[in-house]
Design a protein around this ligand. Sequence first.
Ligand SMILES: CC(C)(COP(=O)(O)OP(=O)(O)OC[C@H]1O[C@@H](n2cnc3c(N)ncnc32)[C@H](O)[C@@H]1OP(=O)(O)O)[C@@H](O)C(=O)NCCC(=O)NCCS
Length: 148
Amino acid sequence: MSAIHRRAMFNDADCLCDIRRRSILELAPPKMSVAEAQAWAAKLTRAGMEQKLRELEVWVAELDGFVAGWGAIRGDRLEGLYTDPEFAGRGVGAGLLEMFERLMCERGIRAVRAEASSNAMAFYLRRGYRANGPQSPNGAWPIAKGLR
Ligand SMILES: CC(C)(COP(=O)(O)OP(=O)(O)OC[C@H]1O[C@@H](n2cnc3c(N)ncnc32)[C@H](O)[C@@H]1OP(=O)(O)O)[C@@H](O)C(=O)NCCC(=O)NCCS
């Protein structure tokens, strides 16, 4: 079953925070150390999530009526992509990514840029993204993909 995509609402904040935290803690290791995953997961507070909802274009993927994942964009930048571990490996992340690329393409954006965490790098490389600079001090990799 393919996911339904909708814009996130302010009252999704708790659910989206929870999905982000669990996706990082459960899906990033072992490609990332547990300590690194814990530090990354702790970076976003509820207030930070509310700020994302105000400042970014946040979209939710629903599967079987459940929020299964979410992602965010701003202009030509992918600002986050998270799948609820219970729905991992079912195309939720890839589906959101394709939707974002389609949206950007329709808006005349020629390339999408992102910062990939080391655990997700292979996921992006398999989807046509390429490294776009040296690893940043926080361990993320700048990546980009041309759109047409
Ligand atoms: C990276 C992340 C978003 C991927 O989410 P996901 O929903 O599990 O991803 P998908 O299901 O789309 O793809 C994962 C694999 O499942 C496979 N898959 C895709 N559609 C599928 C389907 N319908 N049924 C079964 N498997 C499927 C894909 O082939 C893919 O494998 P591949 O990467 O070897 O090609 C998720 O692992 C995550 O939230 N990680 C923690 C947070 C994170 O790292 N976010 C990225 C920050 S830059």
